[in-house]
Design a protein around this ligand. Structure first.
Ligand SMILES: [Zn+2]
Length: 246
């Protein structure tokens, strides 16, 4: 992107492919001080941050095209076999959660077990417990790749038979999440991003997991750490108002 079309004060860090959040922040403060002729406290107060945030929003034409980076991710358009297509999907890169500096390595793990539905398995005694035991057996002797306090981005690829009754995607996800929590990562409440794919196959059934660390909720990429939602007049919905008399 050419720098000529932007004002002189535009933070230079924003022109980089992988800008650092802390540098963007410092350079936005410097630009604000220069343009507004003000000096911010060190560190800026919440009220000052809100003013800077509003100034940034008012200068959307400058900031927005630079805040939104188009990270190229490769999409496979053709595969030599269904196996190739499925493993390519399982390797899928999460452009939202990818951590460029540091972070734990991504794990792509296959589990050669037909997926079950948590809801359907509950109807057959012992089936759910057997599924969980089978998965624990699969990972016996493996180290937990993600410590319990790691926030997780998880992609699940279910490979199921095209024929026969189809299980709900969400119920298949519940069954596998119950089985792998505390085995591959901590509690399943650590999952901040969950992606689920179902691929139909003429024969084999199995599961692929793609697990990576996410820093989605650390908000180092946010200038003003508060909500400024305007809602455009939308009313809040209170559940109490909709409870039916019993
Ligand atoms: Zn993600």
């Amino acid at each position: 992107m050419s720098t000529e079309q932007f004002p002189q004060w535009t933070p230079s860090e924003l022109f980089k492919d992988r800008p650092e959040s802390s540098k963007i922040r410092d350079q936005i403060f410097a630009a604000y001080e220069l343009v507004e002729g003000l000096t911010l406290s060190q560190p800026p107060s919440l009220a000052e941050l809100e003013s800077v945030c509003k100034w940034v929003n008012a200068n959307d034409n400058t900031f927005l095209p630079l805040f939104v980076k188009y990270h190229r991710t490769l999409k496979r358009v053709y595969s030599s076999s269904l196996s190739e297509k499925i493993s390519a999907l399982a390797q899928h890169h999460c452009s939202i959660c990818t951590i460029h500096d540091g972070g734990l390595p991504t794990h792509v793990i296959s589990i050669r077990i037909p997926p079950i539905s948590k809801q359907a398995a509950a109807q057959t005694r012992g089936r759910r417990a057997a599924f969980e035991r089978a998965i624990k057996y699969r990972f016996a002797g493996h180290l937990t790749p993600f410590p319990a306090d790691t926030s997780i981005c998880l992609l699940i690829v279910f490979v199921v038979k095209a024929s026969g009754a189809q299980k709900d995607l969400d119920n298949m996800a519940k069954a596998i999440l119950d089985a792998v929590k505390n085995v591959l990562f901590g509690d399943d409440r650590r999952i901040d991003h969950l992606n689920i794919i179902r691929i139909k196959s003429p024969d084999e059934e199995f599961v692929y997991l793609n697990i990576r660390e996410t820093r989605l909720n650390e908000h180092h990429d946010v200038l003003f750490p508060r909500m400024l939602h305007t809602w455009a007049g939308a009313q809040p919905l209170n559940l109490e108002d909709f409870l039916e008399e019993t």
